[in-house]
Design a protein around this ligand. Structure first.
Ligand code: AMP
Length: 275
């Protein structure tokens, strides 16, 4: 597996890739969710690249940039074992050199839910992905359903700015008790870890209530009741699967989305209703 640390080396490496060429951007701390994206990319593409970059631009001032789990050697080994052909592992100065000034704003879709609670988050995400797409030039960008709003925001950006790649959204990988795999699950102590699957339970409750014909407000109330009383709910809603605009009914494609704090750890999850 080739490892590029500079933009120049990455361009050289990726220009020679067989096509179709798949790309899986990550922030490292890799788990089976990330590796599902790699597996899907390998199924579909002749060559697969990944990146590891903890993007400072998408973290708010009071967020966990400094403590975000980092383990470069372990991550590189996992990517190699998963069959990735080349990895881009830039440092901060390679991506944001002195004088860097241009950012990407995706409009209203990036200002609700995650965008409202984490102002500037999607500007950071869109900016770094725009840069990575211009450096790597893949045919297919693989993104996780786990970060559904991120995927929809990036679909908007790719369409609006005429990037040449497609986007494929890969279903969320979960623990056996339903908790979506996330690098941030590592922050949970045993008690919080035991409470965390209730976020998924809340989503299932909302889906089941809506499918049983309950009103949206009744469904959301039932979902809220399914969440651990020790957790702090930030949002629970039903949104259109293409626009992420709140929806009254569960008409596919749609997402049931939720965010909650378990102690100081913030978790997000969603159900993707496709039919
Ligand atoms: P991150 O390293 O958190 O930026 O995530 C990198 C990519 O992996 C993003 O496209 C995420 O949506 C995706 N991802 C994270 N967790 C999961 C999961 N549990 N299942 C599937 N994809 C995931």
């Amino acid at each position: 597996m080739e490892v590029a640390e500079t933009v120049a080396r990455a361009r050289e490496l990726f220009a020679a890739s067989p096509r179709p060429f798949g790309f899986v951007p990550t922030m490292g701390a890799l788990h089976a969710g990330h590796l599902a994206l790699v597996r899907r990319a390998r199924e579909r593409c002749a060559a697969v690249a990944a990146s590891i970059f903890v993007n400072p631009l998408q973290f708010g001032p009071s967020e966990d940039l400094a403590t975000y789990p980092r383990d470069r050697e372990r991550d590189l080994q996992k990517l190699e074992d998963a069959g990735v052909d080349a990895v881009f592992v830039p440092d901060g100065a390679a991506i944001y050199p002195a004088g860097f000034a241009t950012t990407v704003d995706v409009g209203a879709i990036a200002t609700t839910f995650e965008g409202a609670i984490r102002p500037g988050h999607f500007r950071g995400v869109a900016t770094v992905i725009a840069k990575l797409l211009n450096i790597v030039c893949p045919d297919v960008l693989f993104l996780g359903q786990k970060d559904a709003q991120q995927a929809i925001v990036l679909r908007r950006m790719v369409a609006d700015l005429n990037f040449r790649n497609e986007i494929e959204i890969v279903p969320t990988v979960r623990e056996s008790d339903g908790l979506a795999l996330s690098s941030r699950n590592a922050y949970l102590d045993a008690q919080l870890r035991a409470q965390a699957p209730t976020l998924y339970a809340a989503l299932l409750t909302v889906r089941d209530a809506l499918q049983a014909g309950k009103s949206k407000s009744d469904a959301l109330a039932a979902g809220t009741a399914a969440l651990s009383a020790a957790a702090t709910l930030e949002y629970l809603d039903v949104v259109d699967g293409s626009t992420f605009a709140p929806a009254e009914r569960l008409v596919p494609p749609a997402f049931v989305i939720a965010a909650a704090r378990f102690g100081t750890t913030r978790l997000i999850d969603n159900l993707w209703i496709t039919q």
